[in-house]
Design a protein. Structure first.
Length: 301
């Protein structure tokens, strides 16, 4: 029986530069969590987060390779280009975070009290965690939209920034729940509402792009995203002014870190983290607004 639909297997999925990067991702990811699980060890929320990152990224990368190698992605109700670009950016951010957290909390110079063998396994795991981040960053670099190229929205600078914005918002939420005392003033509650609203809308934009459902909406999705981004800039600008005033002005809060504040359980530390990442996200939304003027959405890629 002769095939009339082309080859059944897509060898480019494992031989192209992007395919090779993904194979390296699976190799480094599997090596990292195997080293940690075998002898390196992990504990507490930080270690659990790192293990989740490595196993989650490994599983999704294997899924992507299998789908592209067998053409199964054509059977999925996803905009495949948007999905892979969004995941590559998310995996880059998550693997970078894990590559910083694991050695920071678990790697030490001396052997006492964990033993030299455990220390060496943790150092090796940290090295492979760094290599894993490099391979995901390489995929983002290889698949990003080039000038004049027709590509998926999530592969553009504006689309990639959406992932970073949502990731930064998650960091803000983590600091908020860590005894930040945001409920003390109505003004700081407004800031939390800003963070929550922008995060939800950004996730919705990513979800519609990844599922390829933007063309089914009754309103122009691309124009709406630009208008929302402009609104997000204004909202974050208000939070960037309000949050520092009500946390660090002597009338409402403390301009300096209290001397008796326990490390890791100090509201002032959480407030500082939120202030810093508020400005980070404000900058990201400004860049997003600037780049969104130069792109056009291609929902079906």
């Amino acid at each position: 029986m002769e095939s009339t639909g082309g080859p059944y297997l897509n060898t480019a999925a494992v031989t192209s530069p992007v395919g090779i990067a993904r194979l390296l991702q699976t190799t480094f990811g599997c090596t990292t969590f195997s080293l940690v699980a075998h002898q390196g060890g992990f504990s507490a929320a930080y270690g659990t987060f790192c293990m989740f990152v490595w196993t989650f990224c490994f599983a999704i990368t294997v899924f992507i390779i299998v789908c592209e190698f067998t053409h199964l992605h054509s059977c999925l109700s996803l905009s495949w280009g948007n999905f892979t670009a969004a995941f590559a950016m998310l995996a880059t951010l998550m693997s970078l975070t894990a590559a910083v957290i694991y050695p920071l909390y678990f790697v030490q110079v001396g052997c006492y009290p964990i033993g030299c063998e455990v220390r060496d396994f943790r150092i090796a795991a940290s090295v492979f965690a760094g290599l894993l981040f490099v391979t995901y960053a390489s995929e983002v670099f290889l698949t990003r939209a080039k000038p004049g190229q027709v590509t998926s929205y999530m592969a553009t600078v504006s689309g990639l920034l959406k992932i970073v914005q949502a990731f930064v918002a998650c960091i803000i939420f983590g600091a908020l729940v860590n005894d930040s005392q945001y409920g003390k003033y109505v003004a700081t509650q407004w800031c939390v509402a800003v963070y929550s609203f922008c995060f939800v809308v950004t996730v919705v934009v990513v979800a519609f792009s990844v599922t390829g459902k933007t063309a089914l909406l009754w309103f122009p999705f691309d124009r709406s995203v630009v208008i929302y981004t402009f609104g997000a800039v204004l909202l974050y600008a208000s939070a960037a002014v309000i949050w520092p005033v009500f946390c660090f002005d002597s009338k409402y809060g403390s301009p300096r870190r209290p001397g008796l504040c326990a490390k890791g359980k100090c509201p002032w530390d959480s407030q500082l983290v939120i202030a810093i990442f508020t400005y980070v996200n404000l900058l990201l939304y400004v860049l997003d607004l600037a780049y969104s003027q130069r792109i056009r959405f291609v929902p079906h890629l």
